[in-house]
Write a new protein. Structure first.
Length: 166
């Protein structure tokens, strides 16, 4: 049986911050194409597709339990799907590839600004400022397409990397 990572590439795994993830279907599509394992990490059980290597990992409902589980397992060869900025920052520090549901990959350059913006908005909300930001617009077809492309590109990039020393 051949290695789905390819003869030279490292094993790849997709970890999904799944409780509110709007692009699970897109993750399944890419994972199925490349025969990659997916772990849906959530605070409650959820349905998973049949015929794919998808595991639902139910963590406690403790504050940041899903984030902690994902961050502890993120490494080179891991793709993390999350909109959570602090989680993205932790996973980047561990060497993982991180993609937001709108298809925007996080990197070392963009995460600092994303974290500063998030922290500023949290501070304003805590200070009593009404309706700061209003939340993101609904996910549209272009967002889903951008996510599919970003996830596919990340898989291809990781498959081309040389094996990591053991």
């Amino acid at each position: 049986m051949s290695d789905p990572a390819g003869p030279a590439g490292p094993a790849i795994e997709i970890l999904v911050d799944a409780d509110a993830c709007p692009v699970k279907g897109e993750v399944y599509k890419v994972a199925g194409r490349y025969k990659l394992p997916v772990k849906l990490v959530a605070n409650a059980p959820m349905a998973r597709p049949q015929g794919l290597d998808v595991e639902v990992v139910v963590v406690s409902d403790g504050f940041d339990a899903a984030d902690d589980w994902i961050a502890e397992r993120a490494r080179g060869g891991t793709i993390v799907v999350t909109a959570d900025i602090p989680l993205a920052q932790r996973c980047l520090a561990a060497g993982a590839v991180v993609i937001g549901p709108r298809g925007k990959p996080f990197d070392q350059q963009s995460i600092g600004m994303a974290r500063a913006t998030r922290d500023l908005l949290d501070h304003l909300r805590a200070g009593g400022t009404e309706r700061v930001g209003g939340g993101p617009p609904p996910l549209g077809p272009k967002d889903r397409s951008r996510f599919l492309s970003a996830l596919d590109e990340a898989v291809v990039r990781l498959r081309r990397r040389p094996p990591m020393p053991r």
